[in-house]
Design a protein around this ligand. Structure first.
Ligand code: SAM
Length: 248
């Protein structure tokens, strides 16, 4: 895996990547949803809906959303599932969860989504305790991606699924160059001007530089023990949805 030495230095200064990421999301929690919509040109909701469909929780099942943030993926899962389906959402940033809890109350979904502080690399749940696990735009922020997928495997019951929605590297050369131009130059500019957060929205493209391409992420998931791993590019590969199953 590539190393971004400038970013590594920033992580070390504040006591590691986990602390850096936690403080960063703590600072932008209030503008996070709006900036997501603007930067993805409104596509983020559609991607989460598709990820929720791949998770395919049945009525009465319980799913886990890691790096749940303001709760949008957990909400998408609940909206697409039967009436007794429940979600646990975990995140290391309390400010993001606080935004999420307010949203759940506004939507009347507070009894179906339980947002808690928790770390995706050390999940505070027993083995085989959830029916499926998902994440959206979280895995890129982990210190050790393999450790995250091993933990997800541990807590999901045999036969359950993992779904990972993440920004990816578009495979087409021309489209890829246009995407990188947007992602590395324009998106941070939006973040700086509209979100008033220069450091935070410059971390966004930098976090992709070292993130594995879709086939390599599939290998990491397989090495962690997930079976039948497939990935589905969305919108030319701007994002990819990886899906795996825990052997029954
Ligand atoms: C880009 S946001 C995504 C939020 C949400 N999933 C969404 O779809 O909008 C990434 C989230 O992952 C959280 N995060 C980063 N590292 C984490 C970890 N080790 N465990 C749990 N959450 C983590 C951050 O606090 C942040 O809220």
């Amino acid at each position: 895996m590539k190393t971004n030495f400038a970013l590594e230095e920033k992580f070390q200064k504040v006591g590691g990547k986990r602390h850096y990421v936690q403080h960063l999301f703590g600072r932008i929690a209030g503008v996070y949803d709006l900036m997501n919509k603007l930067m993805s040109l409104g596509l983020d909701g559609l991607w989460r809906k598709r990820a929720a469909r791949y998770l395919a929780l049945a009525t009465g099942e319980t799913g886990l959303d890691l790096g749940a943030g303001t709760g949008d993926l957990a909400i998408a899962v609940i909206k697409g599932a039967g009436p007794d389906t429940r979600m646990i959402g975990m995140d290391i940033t309390p400010e993001m969860l606080a935004e999420g809890r307010r949203k759940l109350v506004r939507m009347g979904l507070q009894d179906r989504v339980d947002l808690r502080v928790g770390d995706a690399e050390h999940i505070d749940l027993p083995d085989n305790s959830v029916d499926g696990c998902c994440s959206a735009f979280t895995v890129r922020n982990l210190t050790n991606i393999g450790q995250g997928f091993r933990e997800m495997l541990r807590v999901v019951r045999p036969g359950g699924r993992v779904v990972c929605l993440e920004i990816s590297h578009p495979p087409g050369k021309i489209f890829g160059s246009l995407f990188y131009l947007y992602f590395y130059k324009l998106a941070p500019l939006f973040g700086t001007i509209i979100g008033k957060a220069f450091e935070e929205y410059n971390y966004l493209p930098n976090s992709l530089t070292t993130f594995p391409k879709a086939p390599a992420l599939k290998e990491i998931m397989e090495e962690a023990g997930w079976s039948d791993v497939r990935y589905y590019y969305q919108n030319g590969g701007i994002v990819a949805i990886h899906v795996g199953t825990k052997k029954a």
